[in-house]
Design a protein around this ligand. Structure first.
Ligand SMILES: [Zn+2]
Length: 328
């Protein structure tokens, strides 16, 4: 990822940081908040390169000198990266970081630490971090990266400058999921799911999404062409795959994407959730008017809402399938 590429993807963020670097007016702590794939970590690395690169032009680092390469490869002694170990970032990790930061004899004046998924700090880790956000012993630049800024301590937010990243374009999100080992078909769906959901089903875990996808395709086919089978499929396959409320919600999303695709196909737009099934979508959309598709979208959204009210999953789905079939 180079500077110019990020400049294209996140112009507001990059212009702001560029000005601050050029005028030597960086804050001591930044919160980079935005969706997965928005480039938060890449920008953090570019900032580190910019601060250490002897060959930078304006604020843009050269990207190829030894300083730039050390930052890129994660072995620059003055750039520290903190990430969750397991589900959270623990106090001991923050303390170890603090120790490193106060260790003298480093190569540069400013030390940088990047905390990835900063909202995953435990309460005691966050409080520990807060202490040296308030009184760093030596010049430091903190870059706190998060997809869920509302989970972070107010006291940390108020001591940092918050920078919001624009959501990444859909194509880029698809590429990102593919780079993480998901198939093309899984990536097209994951990219459309909410961030905190899609992120759990990447790489090897994306098989579950692929199987769920096959079930959606089967069920929709049955709803519209072989309704006598749909309740059996629901019972034997759907409910055993989408087992709890969380999973069922994803199942409903996948179903929702199918009907959205029908509208998309009608208008010849891009970015389908089921891009390999254009033909089947086209065949199905002939049978329904735009209003009829919209009605079904509404039915699925209603089901998603009712799901939150702790209703019985089987009854909810039976009711939904019958109404999808009738279209009313
Ligand atoms: Zn350089």
């Amino acid at each position: 990822m180079d500077w110019n590429e990020m400049q294209v993807q996140q112009p507001t963020v990059m212009n702001m940081l560029k000005r601050s670097i050029e005028k030597d007016r960086l804050a001591h702590a930044y919160i980079f908040e935005g969706m997965r794939g928005a480039g938060k970590k890449a920008v953090a690395m570019l900032m580190a390169q910019s601060l250490y690169c002897p060959y930078k032009q304006d604020a843009a680092p050269c990207g190829s000198c030894s300083e730039c390469r050390r930052v890129e490869h994660g072995n620059h002694p003055d750039v520290m990266l903190l990430e969750p170990e397991g589900a959270s970032i623990k106090k001991a990790q923050v303390e170890a970081l603090q120790k490193e930061l106060t260790y003298k004899g480093m190569e540069t004046e400013v030390k940088i630490y990047i905390v990835n998924d900063a909202d995953k700090m435990t309460a005691s880790a966050a409080n520990s971090l807060l202490k040296f956000l308030e009184e760093p012993e030596s010049p430091t630049l903190a870059l706190l990266l998060t997809e869920n800024v509302h989970f972070m301590l107010d006291t940390i937010i108020s001591r940092s400058q918050k920078i919001s990243f624009a959501p990444p374009e859909l194509e880029r999100r698809i590429e990102m999921f593919e780079a993480q080992g998901s198939s093309k078909t899984a990536a097209a769906l994951l990219a459309k799911l909410p961030d905190d959901v899609g992120g759990n089903y990447t790489g090897e875990n994306s098989d579950w999404i692929v199987q769920g996808r096959a079930l959606v395709i089967q069920l929709v086919e049955e709803v519209h062409h072989r309704p006598q089978q749909m309740l059996l499929t629901l019972q034997e396959k759907w409910l055993t795959h989408f087992k709890d409320r969380e999973e069922l919600d994803i199942g409903l999303d996948l179903l929702l994407f199918w009907y959205r695709d029908l509208l998309t196909v009608k208008y010849g737009q891009q970015n389908l959730a089921y891009p390999d099934l254009t033909e089947r979508l086209e065949q199905q959309v002939i049978l329904m008017s735009e209003t009829e598709v919209a009605k079904r979208l509404q039915l699925i959204l209603d089901a998603k809402r009712r799901l939150r009210a702790n209703v019985n999953a089987q009854l909810l789905m039976e009711h939904l399938l019958l109404r999808l079939q009738e279209g009313s």
